[in-house]
Ligand binder design. Structure first.
Ligand code: ADP
Ligand code: ASP
Ligand code: MG
Length: 461
């Protein structure tokens, strides 16, 4: 069971999480808990890093003090046993001391130190939750992702667990599981040479499924602050409904294209071992939430969900030579691959002197640099870019072989006078993705939700 940041945001919520865990434990279920940082802490740690970069040490230390106070106050409110309070306060002191030392020494801003900095949120929340369990007579131990054996590659900031983690996690977690509820920090891994790595924002989901895969869990439960994986982002469309049952593939498409309730890579480990994933709401634990499984189920109306990813940017490469000159696309893709830049969407037409690429917004300046260097010989006339775009994705397994879906999607956009900048549909026909201007994202989501009557669906199991 993984609990997100809102689920552990204060003493009251941590108590709730401890009692939800205790219920399962008392039923005789073996539970491993994976926990996120208290909500807002990771953002504060990033701010600390930004301040240190700009040599604003005082601001950084003020933030560290705030983090220290919040965790200490929470411990005092949370725990009834004084020995437990003392022991948690001691641990917080130790971890905060290490953070202060890092802030003092962090002059050399390499990615590695940033991951180390970002890991402090989970390192602070895990002792609190583990103590809350002990306070409720549930034996518990806490450990970091590194101690649990989550070994990753060295892609700092978006590290990927390696297969050798399976054995290491099994060895460290299974013995603990026999006698306690282990509480493991989400988000954190460790490279082969022992440096702390992080799995990307929202990465605790990925930690949970990585650990679930290693111990071959019966189910992976993601506890969050909404009723499951919904038909769209409820902040934009309040009528969004819970998808009661959905396939791995569809959940992956929705999360890859912006449904942040699940980390985009969190489904992959579950697929490998065919483990069902449940998404549940910590605030309404009686509700079943979403069950994510292998099998696809076609629903009436075909489309199941729509999502939007805003942190993307468009790059256009143009020049008359693109028409009929073999190899230009290959050169562009090669240059981006060499710079470790992922291409989210590609579009080109045989009569068009343009290749359009969609990349992560954070990669934009590196992408342009890589392409300019690659085409410095003038084979290309112009490289333009636009960060003010979003990609909208319509998902549903039944779309394969059902004519007319694209027509309805684009008619709905036309009626809203939303201009489509780029379109892509994979041959598997599980989704249609298209790019619009960023300021039109919300109206695109609302009108598609209405067009496919997603607010009226009743996804019964
Ligand atoms: P946690 O802290 O529990 O990991 P996140 O903030 O990462 O939670 O993810 C949950 C949030 O994702 C929800 O509060 C919701 O606003 C947002 N969200 C966006 N799209 C969707 C969707 N399709 N279904 C559910 N939630 C979504
Ligand atoms: N604390 C990390 C973040 O805010 C990881 C997570 O919450 O899943 O991104
Ligand atoms: Mg999350």
């Amino acid at each position: 069971m993984k609990f997100g940041g809102t689920s552990v945001k204060d003493a009251e919520m941590i108590k709730r999480v401890a009692s939800l865990t205790k219920e399962r434990y008392n039923e005789g279920v073996e539970v491993v808990v994976v926990v996120s940082a208290m909500s807002g802490t990771t953002d504060q740690l990033i701010q600390i890093g930004e301040n240190l970069k700009k040599r604003r040490k005082q601001e950084a230390h003020d933030l560290i003090n705030q983090i220290e106070d919040r965790h200490k106050e929470t411990a005092k409110k949370l725990l009834s046993n004084n020995d437990l309070v003392d022991s948690v306060l001691g641990e917080v002191d130790e971890i905060i001391g290490e953070l202060r030392l890092l802030a003092e020494e962090m002059d050399n801003f390499i990615d590695r130190s940033f991951d180390y900095l970002m890991s402090f949120g989970e390192r602070l929340s895990a002792p609190l939750l583990s103590a809350a369990l002990q306070d409720n007579n549930v034996p518990s131990k806490h450990l970091t992702g590194r101690e649990a054996g989550v070994i990753t590659n060295q892609c700092y900031g978006s590290a990927i667990p390696l297969s050798e983690s399976n054995k290491r996690i099994k060895e460290s977690v299974l013995p603990l599981l026999e006698e306690s509820v282990p509480v493991i920090t989400g988000f954190i891994g460790c490279s082969k040479n022992g440096d702390i790595t992080t799995l990307g924002r929202g990465g605790s989901d990925y930690s949970a499924s990585t650990i679930g895969r290693a111990i071959e869990a019966d189910e992976i439960w993601i506890w969050t602050d909404v009723d499951g994986l919904l038909t769209t982002d409820p902040r934009v469309v309040p009528e969004a409904q819970t998808l009661r049952r959905i396939s791995y593939r569809e959940a992956m498409e929705l999360s890859f294209f912006g449904a942040e309730v699940l980390h985009p890579k969190s489904i992959e480990p579950a697929i490998e071992k065919n483990i069902p994933v449940r998404v549940k709401n910590t605030f309404t634990p009686g509700f079943e939430g979403t069950l994510i499984v292998k099998d696809e189920e076609k629903v009436e109306g075909v489309v199941k969900g729509v999502s939007a990813e805003r942190d993307v940017a468009l790059v256009n490469i143009s020049g008359m030579d693109i028409i009929g000159t073999p190899g230009i696309a290959a050169d562009a893709f090669g240059a981006l691959a060499d710079a470790d830049i992922n291409i989210i969407m590609i579009s080109t037409g045989s009569s068009e002197p343009t290749i359009s690429l969609l990349v992560d917004e954070k990669d934009l300046s590196r992408a342009i640099k890589a392409l300019e260097t690659e085409f410095s010989d003038n084979t290309i006339e112009e490289i333009t870019h636009d960060p003010e775009v979003s990609v909208i994705t319509v998902v549903g397994s039944g779309m394969a072989g059902t004519p007319g879906i694209a027509g309805r999607v684009f008619t709905a956009m036309g009626q809203e006078k939303i201009n489509i900048i780029m379109i892509s549909q994979g041959s598997s026909e599980f989704n249609i993705s298209f790019v619009v201007k960023k300021h039109e994202t919300n109206s695109a989501l609302r009108s598609l939700h209405e067009e496919f009557r997603l607010d009226k669906k009743d996804y019964k199991l």
